[in-house]
Design a protein around this ligand. Sequence first.
Ligand SMILES: NC(=O)c1ccc[n+]([C@@H]2O[C@H](COP(=O)([O-])OP(=O)(O)OC[C@H]3O[C@@H](n4cnc5c(N)ncnc54)[C@H](O)[C@@H]3O)[C@@H](O)[C@H]2O)c1
Length: 463
Amino acid sequence: MSAPRKAAIIGGGVIGGGWAARFLLNGWDVAVFDPDPQAERKLSEVLANARRALPGLYDNALPPEGRLSLHDDLGAVLDGAAWVQESVPERLDLKHKVHGQITAMAPAAAVIGSSTSGFKPSELTAQGARVIVAHPFNPVYLLPLVELVGDETHVTRAADILRDIGMYPLHIRREIDAHIADRLLEAVWRESLWLVKDGIATTQEIDEAIRMGFGLRWAQMGLFETYRIAGGEAGMAHFMAQFGPALEWPWTKLMDVPDFTPALVDLIAGQSDAQSGHMSIRDLERLRDDNLVGMMRALKRTGSGAGGVISAHEARLPQPVQADLPVTVMRQVPQSWTDYNGHMNETHYVEIGCQASERLLEMVGVDMAYIEAGQSYFTVENNVRYLAEMRAGETVRVTTRVMAAEGKMLRLNHVLTRADGVTAATIETVLLHVDLATRRSAPPPDHIALALRDMAAAHVGSA
Ligand SMILES: NC(=O)c1ccc[n+]([C@@H]2O[C@H](COP(=O)([O-])OP(=O)(O)OC[C@H]3O[C@@H](n4cnc5c(N)ncnc54)[C@H](O)[C@@H]3O)[C@@H](O)[C@H]2O)c1
């Protein structure tokens, strides 16, 4: 295995901490530079949340974590870095100072990204710095989007690395203040401030208007695909014709912004406290993360939006090292799989068994192409022995023994082992080969039968 690559994180606050977690959990070494004496504590809290949430997106294990170090010497942080990410406060004078130092000291081949929410690359590079905009979204360890703006070659190299750590690079071809996403968010934010200021709605009512309706649509289809459907069978052109005239109506206050007065701040902050003050920010973060993981796992089933990014990344994750018996699953237990007893719910033991059966069958040629050609295996029996608890984040490794492969019948034994070596469960699964045209059992073709019989013979006596 090649040596871990190194990321230098300059500024380890909300966003820098998220970047550090994203790289670290994807196997990179991470060095952090942040003058705040509280930086280490804050970083460890972000990391704890990331370790709790990110592995839950995947049905394969992430690579082993890299090494994290904090330094008060910028040169040491930059030394040997393949990626440098600046996430210091959003002040242009500070960004200029920091990027002057980074450009002077970072390896020539390093990607240098700025997390800036609003500055254009031309503003960041005005004093000769070598930097592109790499604008992420909070929480950086879970949300895939990174808006890339700047020098084309630099952006292309950045995009390759971002895909490697499970992110979605969106190349913005022409620089513009606040990039794409923040412009959209700014419009919604502006209208929301008006609605609260004018006493039309509370912060809670605005949040309900988003999360009970269009917020759910946006996460899976965005704006335009959603409106295409809203146009009915006639599609987008019809939608535009129907709602076009509304653009002339006073539905929006356009660029008019409310005065940013202490009274407006008090109004919004007071309503927000009344709405959410019963939870700490860390509790809210964990709630947000659990919901995001659950939603993204749902999107993964259809390959929609962020779900497609997770599947693509999952396919690139390292395969488990094989043993005498095939290792059919290596994964972490998602938070959402645990129940009120604080351990993995029994249904998910079966889910892991199902993943293991599918992997074993793939190994002998029963893959998607085989199934699409009209034959498959159906499970007819599962016998689970629950032997030890598994908690969220725990790594589970499954080995599968082919016990018997006779005619239409296949009998497998899956052993689920925790990272500490304890056997968490055994699952005996009986499957029947099926002709998908008749939906009735039928013997497998000779090459599949033979491959399974060979495996059964090889597995006798293997541990
Ligand atoms: N918060 C968001 O939702 C969000 C989202 C995307 C992008 N951004 C951008 O990310 C950047 C950082 O924002 P944040 O929300 O993480 O702010 P933050 O205040 O949480 O973190 C900034 C960190 O930078 C450190 N810092 C200050 N001066 C420094 C220096 N000279 N060298 C190294 N570290 C220094 C501070 O100690 C602090 O820990 C900004 O450019 C912002 O626009 C923020």
